[in-house]
Design a binder for this molecule. Structure first.
Ligand SMILES: Cc1cc2nc3c(=O)[nH]c(=O)nc-3n(C[C@H](O)[C@H](O)[C@H](O)COP(=O)(O)O)c2cc1C
Length: 303
């Protein structure tokens, strides 16, 4: 299976298929459905310096070919993660990557510092793109200077692989990607959810308590793919693509457009074993096309 292996910074992936933050719990919740050691990595739920209750209900809405969520980074905080969750997941035979979220630069730095001593966390993903928190969150991801400042501050305390997760809710995503590359990000991941809204015509109210929320699922795939391709052409660091991937063919599209690896999010709710099916599908594609390494496919889009 070595032909599926690929590195992102110092992070060694046995294959390029990973699960996206907020859609796969802490991995262990899915262990009845799949052999977790078969996937390249698991991005755990957004983790913050302090516990967060998340937003009021309703905070989910179904849409044609996707969903809106406004969970608002509900989690028990990084100290709880370190003492209670990490011991339960550290021996899963895949990469466990913590999605670090926050409202201020200090929040991001302090949260990261608490993870430094955890041997089995080889990478963090800095979530500067959450549309569902009142302060900070996405604000960092929509301004190149702020994205650079928070990345630079975290880079000073984190030697292992640093992935920065970008927001699609911007005019030019490549400006943000270049800003974080310039201050030492090892990779960028994209896209987080697209800001959206739904209306209940009977109550005449917004469906979500927060009025707006993050759109994900197959409906965002063309936008995500376009942004991956633009970013791949703008930076030298690896791009991790996601947004609406629901089959192995989608994953190949993202890899051809420039993704060194991919993440699967919303589709885990539809088919909890999708990630392993995507690994198998990519392997069959390599066989069929006589390709000896996945690396040959990254950005191999013919123009
Ligand atoms: C219910 C839900 C919760 C999410 N929570 C997080 C989160 O905590 N941190 C984060 O960076 N992204 C979060 N995301 C965004 C996903 O990781 C992913 O970027 C996005 O959904 C696009 O991929 P998809 O279309 O495959 O779901 C969440 C998405 C959903 C649907």
């Amino acid at each position: 299976m070595d032909r599926l292996a690929i590195n992102i910074g110092k992070l060694e992936l046995k294959n390029p298929v990973m699960t996206a933050s907020g859609t796969f719990g802490y991995g262990k919740e899915y262990s009845d459905f799949i052999d977790l050691s078969r996937i390249g990595g698991i991005f755990v739920k957004g983790t913050t310096i302090r516990e967060r209750q998340g937003n009021d209900y309703p905070r989910m809405a179904e849409t044609p070919y996707g969903m809106l969520n406004a969970v608002g980074l509900q989690n028990k905080g990084v100290d709880y993660f370190v003492s209670n969750i990490y011991p339960e997941i550290k021996d899963i035979d895949t990469n466990i990557i913590v999605n670090v979220s926050g409202s201020t630069i200090e929040d991001y730095v302090e949260c990261t510092e608490k993870l430094v001593g955890l041997d089995k966390i080889p990478a963090i993903e800095l979530n500067i793109s959450c549309p569902n928190v009142k302060e900070g969150g996405m604000a960092f991801g929509v301004c190149p200077d702020m994205a650079g400042e928070v990345t630079e501050a975290v880079r000073k305390v984190w030697d292992k692989t640093l992935i920065v997760k970008l927001s699609p809710n911007v005019t030019d995503i490549t400006e943000i990607a270049k800003a974080v590359e310039g201050v030492g990000a090892d990779a960028v991941s994209l896209i987080n959810t697209l800001l959206g809204m739904a209306v209940d015509i009977n109550s005449k109210r917004p469906v979500l308590s927060t009025v707006t929320g993050g759109l994900s699922g197959p409906c965002v795939k063309p936008v995500a793919l376009r942004m991956v391709w633009q970013t791949y052409n703008a930076v030298k660091i690896p791009v991790i693509g996601m947004g609406g991937i629901s089959c192995w063919q989608d994953a190949i599209e993202f890899i051809l457009a420039g993704s060194s690896a991919i993440q699967i999010g919303t589709h885990n709710f539809v088919d909890p074993s999708i990630s392993v099916k995507v690994v198998d599908g990519i392997a069959e594609y390599l066989d069929k096309h006589n390709i000896s390494s996945i690396k040959e496919l990254v950005g191999a889009l013919k123009m």
